[in-house]
Write a protein of this length. Structure first.
Length: 199
């Protein structure tokens, strides 16, 4: 269980679509947006964990057509979010940070986090590769539930922590003048990830 916790935490920390969408919404919008994005990611994890534990994940891994469809859907969504970041406009340069960046609702932020994670087929392969090392035909439901809870808790805790820290008052003041640059960098990263996933 300690191994599952360490691997889950390292996977969450490593830069990827989830990392960048939480970072982007936290910096460009608000702490609430970042935390709701993290909650959306956590909700999507429940779906990944559920089908992995019941064996559907192995079907996805063995079905090239289904995997290809998931890959294209995930890549398309990342490209959509990335291009929105790249072509967004910041016009409220002289207003306060708090007022200028609250442009996304908590519900929209939650959906962005959920779709970013649930449409990423690499998450399916990650769970299959991770839990296939620990789960056998004799593994009890309680142990499976414990593995899933450890993974879910580590991921949610990390992204909530990231959203909280990156939106502290000191960091906000320093990054206020770089909102447009932040959007461009995050947008480029998401477009890159989308193209990498697509090709």
């Amino acid at each position: 269980m300690l191994t599952v916790a360490i691997v889950s935490l390292l996977a969450a920390i490593s830069p990827g679509p989830d990392f960048f969408i939480v970072l982007r919404n936290s910096l460009v919008h608000s702490r609430t947006a970042g935390m709701m994005t993290a909650c959306g990611i956590a909700a999507a994890l429940i779906i990944h964990l559920a089908y992995t534990f019941v064996g559907i994940g192995f079907i996805i891994a063995e079905s090239p057509s289904l995997y290809s469809l998931l890959t294209k859907l995930g890549a398309a969504y990342l490209l959509y979010i990335g291009f929105r970041c790249l072509f967004s406009r910041t016009t409220q340069e002289n207003t306060s940070y708090e007022k200028a960046v609250k442009t996304v609702s908590p519900r929209a932020a939650f959906i962005q986090g959920f779709l970013t994670n649930v449409l990423n087929p690499k998450c399916a392969l990650f769970f299959i590769s991770l839990f296939s090392q620990f789960i056998t035909a004799t593994t009890t439901f309680e142990v499976k539930l414990a593995y899933g809870l450890i993974n879910w808790t580590c991921t949610l805790a990390w992204f909530l922590f990231l959203a909280y820290v990156i939106t502290s008052e000191k960091i906000q003041k320093r990054l206020f003048g770089f909102r447009t640059a932040i959007d461009r960098v995050m947008g480029s990263a998401l477009v890159y990830l989308g193209c990498k996933l697509l090709f």
